[in-house]
Ligand binder design. Sequence first.
Ligand code: F6P
Length: 534
Amino acid sequence: MRLVVVSNRVTMPERGEKVAAGGLAVALRSALEKHGGLWFGWSGTTSAEPSSRVEPVRLGNVSYAVVDLTEAERQSYYLGFSNRALWPLMHYRLGLTDFDRSDYAGYLGVNRRFAKLLVPQLKPDDVIWIHDYHLIPLAAELRRRGVTNRIGYFHHIPWPSAEVFGALPFSATLISTMTAYDLVGMQTQTDADNLIGGLVALRGAHRDGERVKAGPRETVVRPFPIGIDVESFRKLAVASVRAATQPIRATTGPLGGRKLVIGVDRLDYSKGIVQRLEAFGQFLRSHPEHRGNVGLLQIAPPSRSDVPEYAELDRQSDEVAGRLNAALGEFDWTPIRVVKKAYSRSALAGFYRRAQVGLVTPMRDGMNLVAKEYIAAQNPEDPGVLVLSRFAGAAHQMGEALIVNPYDTHEVAEAIRTALAMPQSERVRRFERLYATIAASDIGWWTSRYLAALTGAEAADKLAPPEPPRKASGATRKPAARQRATTRPAAKKPAAKTAIQPAQAANDAALGEKRGSFGQRAGSKPLPNAASPR
Ligand code: F6P
């Protein structure tokens, strides 16, 4: 059997890109390489004429087949229906949802064209894995063209309750296309229940546990909480701090002794960036003793800037940061730095390791991999504290973080104070449990579990699972095919100290980690291979 991955954007390998590509792209590519595969999707560019055929480019064991969109398709399918209707709706932001019939027609049209172009590329024993909300109706379009292969879908963002989803015009038609899949993966049990609830409420589907039926096919809807490549990211953080490249050095500037609170997000309203800035301002007002000795670094690479709501957020975040800095700053201390550019994964890993507090406070998020990256990057001897929104999928697994309601500015402000004051023993205890959890459910575990479920137990035996996640933190791992889907923390026992080389920990300590300051402008020089947080 061969694996066919379909996603809105296709990540083609490029020189030096190993560092830039996110964990998902690397994991999917590694699964594709193992089984031999095809990666199909939008090239990310537009052309005057719609592509009428695709010519796969083979690199190693993987073929890449990309389709250009016309500018009109980019507007309607990507910016319009995907990002002005589905994105806000799925993030419970009905007030921001802008439904337009011609955008919806464009969305369906692109999905139809993708199906038409993909069918000639398919082989009878291919297993097809479709990703993301841009491509919800793709399986239905493939089925219409006679495709009988196993088709799975993974939904990377939240799925709202039937009440919210039902506000979308044509919601019943769109949701019923989900029943063309054999397996639908969700980030959390809540998302899975919401989708099933929507199928029952809007389509009269019959539910039997995780199985749902509204037509000829039975669809399994199950949570598969996505992970990161914990071990690689940990190594990246150690190497980054050790190499002390320019942006990392800048956080340890000459003013010494200042603590660092970090936020890293695409500039997206779902991430709660403005609310986070306000909460940091509130923290400084409520606890003036911290003024001058701590700073917030918010890295926020711009995203979807052609969408008006994103342009407005861009303006609003500048305004709020400017107002707070003017009110609270001193001649030698700027409390908040918002840096609107992407940094390499290596630089981000170094920033995380330097930061005493990781502030991950989305208003709603499918998973939020920054929360996992922040933990993976920590020095086990002197870890920082994660402050995490209860509305991020990650909160379902990472209960040892300081869990907050991002709508409550005072609560977030108090969590920042608690995190900064937390004794080392408690920081270590929380870190060890969080690390064990993310290591036991890393990206390799996620990929192999999903594929085992999609191909069925028997086929899973034939399908060599992607490289098993390296042993880390003493967390034990069952063979992927036998694991049950769960959003419970995968491992509760503390991470074995040996998982993180003692010699290296000593080395880290010798490097004076966590003694960083916030005295200087953080890395003004753009780095190559900049990576955007998801
Ligand atoms: O989280 C959902 C998602 O679509 C990811 O798959 C993607 O990497 C991210 O949002 C960024 O979106 P865009 O492709 O619109 O920049």
